[in-house]
Design a protein around this ligand. Structure first.
Ligand code: UDP
Length: 231
């Protein structure tokens, strides 16, 4: 298999069919744009399983995604797409960079759902970017941004419900999309690496903040998330 790209937590290979790619989840955990890096054996398998459950649930509810087939514990076959270089962040509760930037204590419920865009660039540290700036530098069209925002809000509704049924509060998360045959598809992963997930009763963190903030037992949190959403 030809390696197309190796990222911080996944490797992308070209599939046999040129319209496809094969993605393998790695055990590496990184934070602070790669400044903190560690191997967490088993993380790849956990994230793959969690993300696959979530993608299948979203697809059952009409969301178009790149997922074609689960190959094994850490590998999936996906539709090849041109990644939109804009990350879409959705927030229900203040946390992380939002709390820091706007001085809103972590855990504050937001009066409305916040959708933010950031420019997917490790070199620049993924800076926050608005519609006008995105269209000005040609990262996406306004029509695409409108679709990304609508899709992100729909995905949020579905995920809030899925996690609430599992006793988990969906604080915030990040989505990536790709263009394939004139359509926008949800790509990448949805896992405790890309979401903030808090226990509804205890507010215990079950996501990558355990790694970012050295809270310990990182994968215990991921395992709890998996066991609660698995039917
Ligand atoms: N996030 C992510 N990748 C990024 C940046 C953010 O998956 O490169 C996720 C992060 O896990 C959280 C949400 O997006 O669930 C919002 O992150 P925030 O902007 O608060 O940034 P952070 O605090 O992670 O720097």
């Amino acid at each position: 298999m030809e390696k197309l790209y190796e990222g911080k937590s996944k490797i992308v290979y070209s599939g046999e069919d040129p319209d496809t790619c094969i993605i393998r989840y790695k055990d590496t955990a990184t934070a602070g744009n790669g400044a903190k890096k560690e191997d967490l054996p088993g993380k790849g398998k956990l994230n793959a399983e969690i993300s696959n459950i979530i993608f299948e649930y979203l697809m059952q509810n009409g969301v178009k995604t790149h997922l074609l087939k689960i190959i094994d514990d850490t590998t999936v076959l996906v539709r090849r797409a041109e990644i939109v270089m804009v990350e879409v962040i959705v927030r229900n509760i203040a946390a992380g960079s939002f709390s820091k930037k706007y001085g809103v204590p972590e855990g504050t419920a937001l009066k409305n759902t916040v959708v933010e865009f950031s420019y997917k660039s490790d070199e620049l540290g993924d800076p926050m970017i608005n519609d006008c700036q995105i269209t000005a530098i040609g990262l996406a069209t306004q029509k695409e941004l409108d679709e990304l925002r609508d899709s992100a809000l729909r995905i949020n509704e579905l995920l809030v419900k899925l996690f609430a049924e599992a006793g988990i509060r969906l604080v915030d998360f990040k989505l990536e999309f790709g263009r394939s045959k004139g359509e926008l598809l949800l790509c990448d992963e949805i896992s405790p690496d890309s979401c903030r997930l808090w226990d509804m009763e205890t507010n215990e963190k079950m996501d990558k903040d355990r790694f970012r903030r050295d809270l310990g037992n990182v994968l215990d949190g991921y395992r709890k998330v998996l066991s609660r959403i698995k039917v």
